[in-house]
Write a protein that binds this ligand. Structure first.
Ligand SMILES: CNC(=O)c1cccc(C)c1Nc1nc(N2CCN(c3ccccc3Cl)CC2)nc(N2CSC[C@H]2C(=O)NC)n1
Ligand code: NI
Length: 175
């Protein structure tokens, strides 16, 4: 099972690369990795398992955070209407988005960032995202609010973008 030691932190080059498209149909190895990423998120949201294995809780994880330079991420998040969005996606891309933006009230956190960075992270309020699932099926998702925010945060990881890059007047002394 994946634990926090498998997750690379700020300063690791993988977090600043543009990840490579995954060749479809996905290999057994790529599918296994993506399944493990989804399992990590579920484990991280279970209080007992998270405590036992010292996992930080997350609702999204992208392959570059494992040092894997491939365009795939996992999301396991429930929205305010109790709809569960649980996906492992290959080669996701945003095909439409609202002009309107939104942000998470408490700011954003990231499993690869071991510090709290305050500030609004502007995200599109609504997006249409396409990708290929673990079952090698093309899927088109219309997302809004929290799920939309999470998918955008993970897609940024595939393009070497960290959430704090998007905070207005965030002037770090380091990366
Ligand atoms: C540093 N301050 C903060 O993190 C932060 C602080 C306050 C409020 C918010 C709103 C914050 N922001 C923030 N909180 C989260 N979680 C809340 C807790 N939750 C969770 C925790 C326990 C069990 C189950 C679950 Cl579900 C897991 C997810 N997640 C993200 N992000 C940004 S988009 C990808 C996503 C991610 O998975 N990050 C690791 N941001
Ligand atoms: Ni992140």
């Amino acid at each position: 099972m994946l634990t926090m030691k498998d997750i690379v932190r700020e300063g690791h080059p993988a977090l600043r690369q543009v990840a490579e498209e995954v060749l479809l149909p996905p290999s057994d190895e790529d599918k296994e990795t993506l399944r493990q990423m989804l399992e990590f998120l579920k484990n991280s949201q279970d209080p007992e398992i998270a405590e036992q294995y010292e996992l930080r809780s997350g609702v999204g994880l992208a392959a570059p955070q494992l040092g894997i330079n491939k365009r795939m991420f996992a999301v396991h998040v429930t929205d305010d209407k109790d709809n569960l969005y649980s996906y492992g996606l290959f080669n996701p891309k945003i095909t439409r988005h609202s002009v309107e933006t939104t942000h998470l009230e408490g700011g954003e956190g990231c499993l690869s960032v071991d510090r709290d960075i305050p500030g609004d992270v502007p995200r599109y309020k609504r997006i249409t995202l396409e990708g290929t699932t673990l079952e090698n099926e093309k899927v088109r998702l219309r997302l809004r609010e929290l799920p939309a925010i999470v998918f955008q945060h993970e897609l940024d990881h595939l393009n070497g973008i960290m959430f704090y890059d998007r905070i207005e007047d965030y002037a770090p002394e380091t990366d």
